[in-house]
Design a protein around this ligand. Structure first.
Ligand code: ARG
Length: 461
């Protein structure tokens, strides 16, 4: 039998079309466990306020336990007549404890303060899972950095060869943003850590119920300071969606490089068979689908965020039914990251690095020209002039189709009297790398320290 939570002043039931539009159980049913947990906490404050006898409280808690077990086993599920997760669970509760006791639970709470609280509970739980998955990926990048600690590669700007760097340095440049995404989730949690229970529909509860007690019961450190804000605000949902979108963008940037690196032209990495796909027609193909799906899903995560912001824009206080539209995007963001991250981590953990190929390309494209200029500066030549001299070296090499280390002593002297043959000490990838020895640089010693720092940061979370 259908239970509506608002039938009293209506002469008939809702139209079929309205019921179909209004229904949300197909997406909010995932909040059932949190809804029941909220009901337990609510029953306890009703009892504390003298509105339930100890016996009634015990019966309620026992009924909620049975309901939870039936939800978990699938014995109880929503029907098409249930408007939302709250309505369905109230029906289930009444079916188990009877209408007299069952009808007492809803006193002093509204679906508005319920949903605002449940969505926080749910997202706080998933945020911890997503943070764990992100740390797994950061650790996989650290492992690859360590396994290839000596490998040099061409560092790029504008996708052009710029200066040699260590692959480990480059890989950790992808790990740090993921660590910051974890830190964003931790920081977000401080704002999500407030229960909206007790806000009622919007104005607060009149029945002497203690919002702080419910908050503590549900694992929040505090109750919201304002009942209108508590029921109407969804910035906490939007901010979660932002962190999810930012994470998607960070993954997508790494994905794009892996896609490039796996091409014949680059030949920097080989993907493991278990983490690549084939073609239905071209037998030779091995495709980086995980990386491509990551790149594609970043667009979807951005859509989840912008859709949600569009929903919130222009909503007057307090609750409006529009707010029901917050759930599908943010649930999609959670699901997307939870399915994407394990596959992505597997791809990173199992890829093979072609270190020889990377090292061979590291000095190409005159990527040591900056080292000539800086060597001159160390020999008291003003940088402006040093830049011109190094540029002249590149021009002559280009004309002759040779590389910088191949310039003869006479060539060097002809370009500038400042260029002694000793400049060759920096014209190697090793020399160039070693010279970038300040904090944060790509010198092997700094990169080793950075790796230890990254590991400690990951372990600290
Ligand atoms: N299911 C709704 C939501 O997700 C909560 C119900 C509030 N409905 C209402 N008519 N006040 O936001």
């Amino acid at each position: 039998q259908a239970v509506r939570l608002w039938g009293g002043r209506f002469s008939g039931g809702p139209s079929e079309a309205l019921a179909r539009l209004s229904q949300s159980t197909h997406f909010d049913w995932r909040l059932a466990r949190h809804d029941i947990e909220g009901s337990r906490a609510h029953a306890r404050v009703l009892h504390a306020a003298g509105l339930l006898t100890p016996d009634e409280l015990a019966q309620m808690l026992e009924g909620l336990d049975r309901l939870e077990a039936d939800v978990a086993s699938g014995a109880f599920t929503p029907t098409p007549a249930d408007e939302d997760v709250h309505t369905a669970l109230e029906r289930g509760f009444i079916e188990r404890v009877g209408p007299e006791l069952g009808g007492r639970l809803r006193a002093g709470r509204s679906r508005n303060d319920q949903i605002a609280t449940l969505v926080r509970m749910y997202l706080r739980e998933r945020a911890r899972v997503v943070a764990g998955l992100l740390l797994d990926l950061a650790a996989a990048l650290a492992d690859q950095a360590e396994a290839n600690i000596d490998v040099a590669m061409p560092g790029r700007t504008h996708l052009q060869h710029a200066q040699p760097v260590l692959l480990a340095h480059h890989l950790m440049a992808h790990a740090w943003p993921l660590v910051r995404d974890v830190e964003r989730l931790r920081d977000w949690d401080r704002r999500a850590d407030a229960s909206a229970y007790g806000s009622g529909a919007l104005a607060g509860s009149s029945l002497g119920l203690d919002p702080e007690a419910v908050a503590a019961d549900l694992g929040f450190s505090r109750a919201v300071p304002n009942s209108i804000d508590g029921t109407a605000a969804r910035d906490v949902v939007a901010e979660f969606a932002f962190v999810a979108a930012m994470t998607g963008v960070d993954l997508s940037r790494l994905a794009e490089e892996i896609i490039l690196w796996a091409t014949k032209e680059f030949s920097f990495v080989t993907l493991d068979d278990a983490f690549s796909t084939g073609s239905s027609i071209m037998p030779q193909k091995k495709n980086p689908d995980i990386a491509e799906l990551a790149r594609g899903k970043a667009g979807r995560l951005i859509g989840d965020l912008t859709g949600l912001l569009g929903t919130l824009k222009g909503l007057p206080l307090a609750y409006n039914r529009d707010l029901q539209e917050d759930k599908e995007p943010v649930f999609d963001a959670v699901d997307t990251l939870e399915v994407l991250l394990p596959a992505f981590t597997g791809m990173v953990a199992t890829l093979t690095v072609n270190g020889e190929r990377m090292a061979e390309l590291a000095p190409q494209g005159f990527s040591l020209a900056t080292d000539i200029a800086e060597w001159l500066v160390r020999h008291r030549v003003p940088f402006r002039e040093a830049h011109e001299i190094a540029g002249a070296c590149v021009r002559i090499c280009e004309e002759r189709g040779i590389d910088l280390p191949e310039l003869s002593d006479a060539d060097l002297a002809g370009i500038s009297p400042h260029l002694s043959p000793r400049v060759r000490e920096v014209l190697t990838v090793e020399g160039s790398l070693r010279s970038r020895a300040a904090k944060g640089g790509t010198a092997p010693a700094r990169v080793a320290e950075q790796l230890a720092d990254l590991r400690a940061t990951i372990d600290g979370h």
